[in-house]
Design a protein around this ligand. Structure first.
Ligand code: SF4
Ligand code: SF4
Length: 112
């Protein structure tokens, strides 16, 4: 089991999660983060820290495709452990539907 980052992180990217992860298993894309499923120790500390409620346990229903996306991009995006300021328009995108289809970027973020 692991935790996974889901749709509402896209273009919100508040980054509160990276500060609390004890094993530093967040990886940064251009406009979202993902969790490396093989590194996550399933502690659950990050889940309540996410203002966008984008982090869920993979035991929640319907998350197979998100688990796959987290695994795929954690392998190629840079590691991120220090919080930076979120995008200026992050609050405007909180709760916008279908972000994956409309806004997902496969490009890497800056990392630490
Ligand atoms: S706190 Fe939530 S919205 Fe922010 S980067 Fe982490 S998962 Fe994404
Ligand atoms: S559940 Fe724990 S180990 Fe996994 S990403 Fe969240 S804080 Fe890190």
């Amino acid at each position: 089991m692991t935790f996974v980052v889901t749709d509402n992180c896209i273009k919100c990217k508040y980054m509160d999660c990276v500060e609390v992860c004890p094993v530093d298993c967040f990886y940064e894309g251009e406009n979202m983060l993902v969790i490396h499923p093989d590194e996550c120790i399933d502690c659950g500390v990050c889940e309540p820290e996410c203002p966008a409620e984008a982090i869920l346990p993979d035991t929640a229903p319907g998350l197979e495709s998100w688990l796959k996306l987290n695994a795929e991009f954690a392998a190629v995006w840079p590691n991120i452990t220090n919080r930076r300021d979120p995008p200026a328009d992050a609050d405007e995108f909180d709760g916008v539907p279908e972000k994956l289809e409309r806004y997902f970027s496969p490009e890497p973020g800056e990392g630490d």
